[in-house]
Design a binder for this molecule. Structure first.
Ligand SMILES: [Zn+2]
Length: 361
């Protein structure tokens, strides 16, 4: 049920588990559970676009935003929610209330390969609706379907970063959530720019960082950007280290720059409410990561620390297994980014690797 934390939390605010996360001081503190941040409210986007917020099996965020965009020969659906017959029923009844049926839908696009966005996709494909993901999704289907594959590399990496046995054992016990459904190769593999499957002037923009397959979708007639989890209101998406060779934070910041350069009026995100000030929101999100990187450099100071020690300093509060994994992955993503930017060095040892800053501070 906490899969969503892997997706979208970890930043300014984490509403699950009764934590809030202060964006600038990076300290965890208790707060009351806030359940009403995502209201069951439909946005009136006009331009032939219908928005349906669909419940998720967890409370924060409690909804995923599903969009239907009119094209000349049917509707293009963006994201679909988690797997499960109860969620299908819920979606169908909401669609009916907006006069939409699956027969009207010609294409389902998944913004990225997380269960809250594409879990229900195989069920929808069975209704003769084509399913599209970004073209590199084929490389990650096995990992999506089997989390023991997905986290295999991470375990090895964590061991070398000084993670304790309990953490490594927890990684072994991760199971693929039932909400993910089963994925097979998409019918349509999207590339950047226009796609022949859509007549309307819609552009696909590859925006990896939160997920390696993430896309944003720009509807040129309305100048609305459908951002998936790349840009969210109030919360900043979790940036994971999954493959140790992949600098996900670099990818993420480049993707923010890419989207910043688009001509857009509104951002329609994968969770939460419409973002009416796209450019300042993107600036805020960049600032959040810059500040966290600066904090990591300060924490290392003149010491040589293992990755695990950096995690413990950055997240001093006791965390449950899930949040600890998220904290580890995000800290490692920052260290990788700082290393690639010449700010820290990774000292490879035979036992435990260490990190030090390049300038003594
Ligand atoms: Zn999400």
């Amino acid at each position: 049920m906490f899969y969503i934390e892997l997706e979208c939390n970890h930043a300014n605010k984490t509403f699950n588990n009764r934590f809030s996360f202060d964006r600038f001081t990076n300290t965890w503190c208790f707060c009351r559970v806030v359940n009403n941040i995502l209201k069951l409210r439909n946005f009136n986007l006009e331009h032939g676009i219908t928005h349906i917020p669909l419940e998720l099996p967890w409370s924060s965020p409690g909804f995923v935003n599903i969009y239907f965009i009119e094209d000349t020969n049917g509707l293009v659906m963006i994201d679909c929610g988690v797997n499960g017959s109860e969620y299908l029923k819920l979606l169908e009844s909401k669609m009916t209330s907006y006069g939409i049926s699956f027969e009207d839908v010609k294409l389902l696009i998944g913004t990225h390969m997380h269960s809250d966005h594409i879990g229900l996709s195989s069920t929808i494909r069975n209704k003769n609706i084509q399913f599209a993901l970004y073209k590199n999704s084929v490389d990650f289907i096995d990992g999506y379907n089997d989390w023991s594959i997905r986290f295999k590399q991470l375990k090895h990496y964590a061991k070398n970063e000084g993670a304790p046995k309990s953490f490594l054992d927890d990684l072994d016990q991760i199971e693929t959530p039932k909400y993910a459904g089963k994925l097979s190769k998409p019918d349509v593999l999207l590339d950047e720019g226009r796609t022949k499957n859509i007549n309307r002037n819609i552009e696909i923009i590859f925006t990896p960082g939160h997920d390696r397959t993430e896309i944003s979708i720009l509807d040129n007639p309305s100048k609305i950007l459908f951002s998936g989890d790349h840009i969210l209101p109030k919360i900043t998406p979790f940036i994971p280290l999954e493959d140790p060779t992949d600098d996900m934070l670099q990818k993420y910041t480049s993707s923010l720059d890419k989207v910043y350069n688009l001509d857009q009026k509104l951002i329609a995100p994968g969770h939460g409410s419409i973002i009416g000030n796209p450019y300042s929101r993107i600036e805020q999100m960049k600032l959040h990561h810059e500040r966290r990187s600066e904090k990591i450099i300060k924490l290392i100071g003149n010491s040589q620390l293992s990755g695990w020690e950096v995690v413990s300093l950055l997240f001093p509060r006791k965390l449950d297994a899930l949040n600890l994994r998220l904290a580890f992955q995000e800290t490692m993503a920052h260290l990788k980014y700082l290393e690639n930017n010449g700010k820290v060095k990774h000292l490879m040892n035979s036992k435990i690797n260490l990190w030090e800053t390049t300038k003594q501070v």
